[in-house]
Design a protein around this ligand. Sequence first.
Ligand SMILES: N[C@H](CCC[C@H](N)C(=O)O)C(=O)O
Length: 283
Amino acid sequence: MKLKFTKMHGAGNDFIVIDAIHQDVDFTRAQWARLADRRFGIGADQILVVHKPEAADVDFRYRIYNSDGSEVEQCGNGSRAFVKFVVEKGLTDKRSIRVQTMKAIIAPRLEDDGMVTVDMGAPVLEPAQVPFQADGLHGVPEGHDVLWPLDVGTSRVLVSVVSMGNPHAVQVVADVDTAPVLDTGPLVEHHPRFPARVNAGFMQIVDRHHIRLRVYERGAGETLACGTGSCAAVVAGIRRGLLDSPVRVEARGGELSIAWAGPGQPVMMTGPAVTVFEGEIEI
Ligand SMILES: N[C@H](CCC[C@H](N)C(=O)O)C(=O)O
């Protein structure tokens, strides 16, 4: 079939966006991975698919696939591209929409200045629900958080565990530029105590309202920015007593602003969404 798509990015985290309302999109994991392949396909970190809603109180269903073809629960940068796409394509006459993902409803709003603000929902902080298997581990309390020791390779790292619908393990490093992201990242991603794997965040505290962040993403490797990873890092930093809301998150591909008022409250993310080109591909 000839598949129409739009190439987009949010702070350098790049996406293939597909309208599955007007196209029949039912691909295998291998086909999703082929589309995302940067040599044999279009190339992207994730594929975002726009479906009709399955409930009356939402505007769209949003399915997300990593570049390895795995379907996942949430994509923060993708949620900003999603609302820009449906507005630009005339799939809605709204600028603030409710979108159902695998495990949550999020609410992205396209602002007049072209930036997008998203209510990402409340973080899940209970380790077993991340999911993280803490049994037999001695967590290290810090502020309102608990840091969990992970043996990765020859080193031991202390991580906060947070779910934004998808799982995150966040550690503080002195300097993100010299942090062993490409070495430690895959070891954290595949650590056996994360039965669904995990996104590995490396956070440098610049000041109480500013971090630098690199994320080795589950199913995609290091990306230039990670929306849910930014939310998880700010939640972890606030819980540890290291950060105060709102926080400027400086990623390699751009900046996001994250605000969180505390447990049970939604994480609010603001950032860019850019359309790069339209295309068609035979698949
Ligand atoms: N790799 C993530 C999904 C994409 C998240 C990221 N691109 C974002 O902006 O939140 C996972 O497997 O949970």
